[in-house]
Design a protein around this ligand. Structure first.
Ligand code: DGY
Length: 328
């Protein structure tokens, strides 16, 4: 941990180690309290650091628990929280509003990286990439065979996207390149210029019954938590595939595991888990899961972009301008 406060510079508690470019910018323009070891801070530690440094702002990430216990205990000096994420379910937004703390997030800059990763999840799950890779790494490949590791054809299939926000739409654009037929369920129907002929379902359950592949791209909210449970999986076609690059909480793990085991679902591609970095151990043992460790936005360009957005928002806030990505 490092940090030197100069009179003019605002003090920012930075809870995770960021890219070198972003940390350089923070060091130039702020008095950052950096986290060189990148340990994940407990909520009490975030509060203690903010109090100790009389912080003006926090720069947090999706791995931090910035719930009501943190928000209520923060010193009055903290006026802004910039989260290095597009998701904000880790922050007590209502509490920030009550305390008059400005909260900003990082939309747009991670859309393409996350949509690319979702494509990887879909292809990895459908084409049994993890099994193939394991076979090679374990020295078990005995050569090409006509019936070896046969997967699911993706081209021309029906893709259902739950949550047609920026990332859902960017994934749909990529899937159209694979001649997939796009269906989507969303709180509101998109305008034709955003829909591009995709079929809208105002009832997400009705969509489940018609899709070959379901991609979860909606935020975790009380309404979407455990959306994909046993009852809804039963509505899906036999042999369907589930992909999740949004939040683990949207899936009922036991139900998904049961369906993967029973062969009701052919495969799942998962980048996010309910209690990261923990995951239901069974996922690791199932052959038909393609698993990644929350890599959705993990490119150099994207992580630089996210960090720069956090700093842009703090710059605007402390200069008395409207932060471009303000949530409250
Ligand atoms: C986000 O931005 O919400 C991601 O989950 C972290 O990359």
């Amino acid at each position: 941990m490092t940090g030197t406060k100069t009179a003019a510079k605002k003090t920012v508690i930075v809870t995770r180690k960021l890219t070198a470019a972003v940390e350089r910018r923070l060091a130039r323009d702020y008095a950052p309290v950096l986290n060189a070891t990148d340990e994940v801070y407990a909520p009490a530690r975030i509060v203690a650091l903010a109090r100790e440094a009389k912080a003006d702002a926090l720069l947090v990430a999706a791995t931090d628990n910035v719930g009501s216990e943190v928000i209520e205990a923060l010193p009055a000096s903290v006026k802004a929280i910039a989260t290095f994420s597009v998701g904000y379910n880790h922050i007590d937004i209502a509490g920030c509003k009550r305390r008059g703390i400005c909260v900003t997030y990082t939309p747009d800059v991670l859309t393409d990286a996350t949509a690319d990763l979702t494509m990887l999840l879909m292809l990895g799950a459908a084409r049994r990439a993890a099994e193939g890779e394991r076979m090679l790494r374990n020295g078990e490949w005995t050569g090409w065979a006509p019936t070896q590791l046969l997967g699911t054809h993706v081209t021309g299939k029906i893709l259902g996207i739950l949550g047609m926000g920026r990332i859902g739409r960017a994934f749909a654009k990529r899937a159209r390149g694979f001649d997939m037929k796009i269906h989507y369920a969303n709180r509101t129907r998109l305008t034709p210029d955003l829909e591009h002929g995709a079929v809208f379902h105002d009832d997400a359950e009705a969509m489940l019954a018609v899709v070959d592949i379901l991609s979860i791209n909606c935020p975790a909210t009380p309404e979407t938590t455990r959306f994909l449970d046993a009852r809804r999986i039963a509505l899906m076609k036999d042999g369907a595939i589930v992909v999740n690059s949004a939040r683990g909480a949207i899936i009922d793990d036991r139900a998904l595991i049961g369906a993967l085991r029973a062969g009701k679902l052919a495969a799942a591609g998962l980048d996010v888990f309910d209690r990261e970095p923990l995951l239901d151990e069974t996922y690791r043992t199932l052959p038909n899961t393609f698993l990644l460790p929350h890599l959705g936005s993990a490119t150099v360009e994207t992580r630089d972009g996210m960090g720069n957005k956090c700093v842009d928002n703090l710059d605007a806030f402390f200069a008395g301008r409207a932060p471009p990505d303000r949530l409250v």
